[in-house]
Ligand binder design. Structure first.
Ligand code: HEC
Ligand code: HEC
Length: 296
């Protein structure tokens, strides 16, 4: 027995490099690629569009609008029999409809649904800026809602006060919002259509209520301020900035609630899990096949 163990040890020592080199390389390359995509996903969902009234940006926006939007929304966005006016809608509406790929619509009778955006980020910024500038072009003073900003989530270190409110420790953000506040607001204002877990569904008139389990923070914030038909619009009078932010964080929490189980790889969800699973499995398989191969 001891001699067998000793023989195995020396065999492993002699062959270790050859057995491990391949799998280690596969896993390393895979992890680098995964890190790249994970990082990429994180930064691209975090960027806020910049509404710019720079003349070059506006000219690009007008060009794209004339090309892709004016056939339905009219020249200068004044509306037509095919689509509503865009003069009063504001930057939030333009951004929401473009980043969720709802616009441009193919057929003006269809329900605008989310899919891959048609335009790239700089084209979206130009179009959003142009739509935000429409009131000025038409001499109107009333502006539509701008891109909403989102208050931070309170860290768990912050404790509750006697009224159930979050008490911020010195040095932490006094404007932070809590998940429980978001949950309460969501239950009251959103759950009747989107379901308590955000799964979505179908309305009595056959319109689709989308699932929220993929919606990024900005899309959730903008949806509330815009109210894509038939969803009601929640202005600052219905939901103030704290309520809006709390709902945004609560919906992000619904993406992977802590009690759902499973392994979250860097908070990246099932895609990350599957990817690491495949890589780990592939690596192991290679080790085993090398081992068997060299033994024979
Ligand atoms: C085929 C016709 C069509 C085209 C092309 C089109 N739209 Fe629309 N758009 C509509 C219709 C119809 C609605 C209203 C129905 C809805 O909201 O689903 C709408 C709604 C919108 C709204 C929401 C308006 C509101 O009151 O909140 C925005 C913003 C918008 N479109 C932007 C654009 C932009 C920007 C483009 C070009 C990139 C574009 N649309 C191209 C038909 C079109
Ligand atoms: C009356 C039912 C109703 C209520 C209440 C409602 N929604 Fe919606 N919501 C919808 C429908 C229907 C759509 C799809 C509209 C469309 O496709 O243009 C939608 C779209 C959305 C989207 C876009 C999702 C995507 O994939 O692009 C988000 C985000 C959203 N709602 C969040 C909320 C939040 C947060 C609340 C509560 C503050 C809320 N909704 C309340 C019906 C509702």
């Amino acid at each position: 027995m001891p001699s067998l163990i000793a023989a195995t040890r020396s065999w492993v020592r002699r062959h270790a490099r050859r057995i491990l080199a391949g799998p280690v390389a596969v896993v390393a390359v895979g992890l680098i690629a995964f890190g790249f995509f994970a990082g990429f996903g994180a930064t691209s969902s975090a960027t806020q569009p910049i509404v710019s009234f720079n003349s070059q940006v506006l000219a690009k926006g007008q060009y794209l609008f004339d090309e892709h939007c004016s056939a339905c929304h009219g020249v200068g966005g004044v509306g037509s029999s095919r689509a509503p006016t865009l003069v009063p809608v504001g930057a939030a509406a333009a951004d929401f409809y473009l980043i969720t790929g709802r616009m441009p619509l193919n057929n003006h009778g269809d329900q605008a649904q989310a899919h891959t955006p048609y335009f790239d980020a700089s084209q979206i910024e130009a179009l959003v800026s142009y739509v935000a500038d429409l009131p000025r072009i038409h001499g109107e003073t009333k502006l539509g809602p701008g891109i909403p900003s989102i208050l931070p989530l309170c860290s768990k270190a912050q404790k509750r006060g006697p009224t159930g409110d979050q008490v911020a420790y010195p040095g932490s953000d006094p404007n932070c919002v809590t998940l429980s506040y978001g949950q309460a607001t969501y239950a009251l204002d959103c759950a009747q259509c989107h379901q308590i877990a955000g799964a979505g569904g179908i309305l009595a008139n056959g319109m689709i209520v989308p699932s929220l389990t993929q919606a990024p923070p900005l899309v959730v914030a903008e949806a509330m301020r815009v109210g894509p038909q038939p969803m009601p619009r929640f202005g600052t009078g219905q939901l103030d900035q704290k309520q809006l932010s709390a709902v945004v964080h609560y919906v992000q929490y619904l993406h992977h609630p802590e009690d759902r189980g499973g392994l979250t790889v860097g908070g990246f969800g099932p895609v990350g899990e599957g990817f690491v699973g495949i890589l780990g499995g592939l690596g192991l398989l290679l080790v085993v096949s090398r081992f068997i191969g060299t033994r024979a």
